[in-house]
Design a protein around this ligand. Structure first.
Ligand SMILES: [Zn+2]
Length: 389
């Protein structure tokens, strides 16, 4: 299953007489002469005809003595990187990107000594294929990964690449300052939420409720939520689209009642935009009063906890309307929770929904909520509230 694929690098004026048996053949043609180019063109046609090789790149890059030596050094560096990823992956800082299909992807960048390169270093990209990770009965994961030489200008010799697997064991329990989820419930479903207080307690789940309305409407709910260790943020007076109302309405919606909450022991450190909609000037105004502002969307994003302390974050919506089947919900949630746990450190995954119901479009089923809580517990993820940021 693991494989290592080398490119063939040629600095010769003539292509090799024999075709390589398989793999990716990349020829870096250093001399730009017409004769050499046409010889390589014929070679490329023969190579493609065999169908044993996936790709041929012929580039005339001018002279570059010593390239085969560099390639040997880069291969050695690649072997070093693969070994590090397999044996001491915990020490490698990782980052999160969305791939071309919008799926959460975890990567890392590593530098390794490689003589013959301009800086004496070769940069490699590690890509962890968490969607293909498999768990064993003890809770450890086998995670496939790919290491690729990162292209850096014309001196780079391409296609130095390896694929292998590592074994990763998530923490058994949430770590202090460790990775976690940031779950929020929006709007005015406080009677439903209150019925689930015991359910949250069973899983040790601490969440944030973004309430809407005047303080007197929600005072009892807020008191109980805070007493049970949850957080309360603000979601405006009447839930209008703030991007279309007159400025005076914006200030009433976002500010008129805030003082009443705070004077009565509800700190309201965070604010969620109705429908997730906002404009840049609103951030500036609201950050005078709140520590974190929240929008939402359909893509998963991860944030470094200490980097969102003052500012704006976008949260992934988990509502029933977005997931027709439980299986699709479970796959997306598992992959993104796995990414958060695997990156580790102070990474948070913001998630948002509304009511708790088997039938509502804008809400989450109790079964899906239980799946989310159980998966988070199995991966040793913490529950963060917005006031923890
Ligand atoms: Zn809302």
């Amino acid at each position: 299953m693991p494989y290592v694929r080398w490119s063939y690098c040629s600095t010769a004026a003539q292509p090799p007489a024999r075709l390589p048996a398989s793999g990716c053949f990349i020829s870096v043609l250093r001399s730009g002469s017409k004769r050499a180019q046409s010889a390589y063109r014929r070679f490329a046609r023969r190579l493609c005809a065999t169908a044993a090789c996936g790709l041929v790149v012929i580039a005339a890059l001018g002279s570059c003595a010593g390239a085969p030596d560099t390639l040997a050094h880069e291969k050695r560096a690649l072997t070093g990187v693969v070994k590090k990823v397999k044996t001491s992956d915990r020490n490698i800082p990782k980052y999160f990107v969305l791939d071309e299909h919008g799926a959460p992807t975890v990567k890392a960048a590593l530098w390794e000594e490689a003589r013959g390169t301009e800086t004496g270093l070769a940069e490699f990209e590690v890509r962890y294929d968490l969607a293909a990770a498999t768990a064993d009965h003890r809770g450890s994961f086998t995670v496939p990964f790919t290491v690729k030489r990162r292209a850096a200008g014309i001196e780079t010799i391409e296609a130095v690449e390896a694929r292998d697997v590592l074994v990763w064991t998530p923490p058994k329990a949430p770590q202090a300052d460790g990775a976690g989820i940031l779950l929020a419930f929006d709007d005015d479903y406080r009677e439903v939420w209150a019925r689930y207080f015991g359910f949250f307690d069973r899983y040790g789940a601490k969440v944030t409720f973004f309430v809407q309305g005047g303080f007197s409407d929600v005072r009892l709910f807020c008191a109980e939520a805070l007493a049970r260790g949850h957080d309360v943020g603000y979601h405006t007076l009447t839930h209008q689209n703030l991007t279309t109302v007159p400025e005076a309405v914006f200030f009433t919606e976002t500010g008129a009642e805030v003082r009443a909450f705070r004077d009565n022991g509800v700190p309201l450190t965070s604010f969620a935009y109705p429908f997730g909609l906002s404009k840049a000037w609103m951030h500036r105004e609201l950050l005078k009063s709140f520590t974190v502002l929240r929008g939402y969307g359909v893509t998963f994003r991860l944030y470094h906890r200490h980097a969102v302390r003052t500012g704006y974050i976008s949260s992934k919506a988990l509502d029933n309307i977005l997931f027709k089947e439980d299986a699709a919900f479970e796959k997306e949630v598992r992959d993104s929770l796995l990414a958060a746990a695997f990156i580790g450190g102070a990474v948070v995954l913001p998630l948002t929904t509304h009511t708790i119901s088997d039938t509502a479009d804008w809400g989450i089923t109790p079964g899906r909520l239980a799946y989310l809580f159980e998966t988070a517990a199995g991966l040793g993820l913490r529950f963060y509230r917005y006031c923890d940021l």
